[in-house]
Design a protein around this ligand. Structure first.
Ligand code: SF4
Length: 265
């Protein structure tokens, strides 16, 4: 059970839809054309772990959590594992990750006795890109960087999301300006999938405190001023007070520093 101070209480005002005698109706609606407003009403007022459990019940076999083993993702993995929720956990191995990321991956599966499904990029476009442009093409132009992210991250992710209806992510609102504009529950029309962010309203301090209190394994790079951790050549430590994403693709001036997971292509 999540300590009360960390439970996410969403804006009240909506009554919860009964899941007792109406559960068959609800499940039929979920399989069909349930929209974001209806799903928000069901989750409104629930804690992060209760919302995850509800979604797992409503979308059996169609719910997936993607982790890159950052500190927020570790909290979500903990919540899923503590309740043994039937939510598939997957990660994308781009081939350019830090050794510390593999270390926390290993400690996590051992601690929670978990299987985390790994998706790799298709070898042919990786081979072509690196052969033609070299191993650091992403430093030379934003176009090259997005190409690399697309081949190594976005395309494997699309395979992972195939036939899923709910995608869980560790995004928080205060991670960046563009993320602050998002909602804790979204519907992606292109992918026909709901996106749910259980830690959306958490602060970085709350995440760190929770990890410490619950003794959750975390990437040791966080202790060296790495906040947002992605691929090794595209991530660096930040200074105190820097923007959360300042250490990602730091050579680019665009404030919307995303790999393509959470922006429309
Ligand atoms: Fe390539 Fe860097 Fe994107 Fe990783 S973060 S996929 S190395 S451009």
């Amino acid at each position: 059970m999540l300590p009360k101070q960390y439970s996410i209480i969403f804006t009240k005002g909506y009554g919860l839809i009964s899941t007792g005698s109406g559960s068959t109706y609800l499940k039929n609606r979920m399989r069909g054309d349930m929209n974001k407003t209806e799903l928000k009403k069901i989750l409104q007022g629930k804690s992060a772990e209760d919302s995850l459990e509800k979604l797992a019940t409503l979308f059996p076999g169609q719910i997936l959590f993607t982790t890159s083993f950052g500190i927020e993702d570790q909290v979500v993995t903990h919540l899923i594992s503590e309740r043994k929720l039937p939510i598939e956990i997957v990660t994308i191995d781009t081939g350019r990750l830090f050794p510390e990321t593999y270390d926390v991956f290993n400690r996590t599966i051992k601690k929670y006795d978990l299987k985390i499904k790994v998706y790799f990029p298709d070898h042919e476009p990786v081979e072509k890109m690196v052969t033609e442009k070299g191993p650091f093409s992403f430093y030379y132009s934003k176009e090259n960087r997005l190409e690399c992210c697309r081949i190594r991250k976005v395309l494997p992710l699309n395979r992972a999301l195939k036939d899923k209806k709910v995608w869980i992510s560790g995004i928080r609102a205060d991670q960046s300006e563009s993320r602050a504009m998002m909602d804790w529950l979204e519907y992606d029309e292109d992918k026909d999938i709901f996106k749910y962010y259980p830690l959306f309203s958490w602060t970085y301090g709350q995440v760190k405190d929770f990890v410490k209190e619950a003794n959750i394994p975390y990437n040791l790079l966080h202790d060296k001023n790495y906040i947002s951790i992605g691929c090794q050549p595209c991530t660096r430590a930040v200074n105190p007070g820097d923007d959360f994403r300042a250490g990602r693709w730091w050579w680019e001036s665009d404030s919307r520093k995303e790999c393509g997971f959470h922006i429309k292509q």
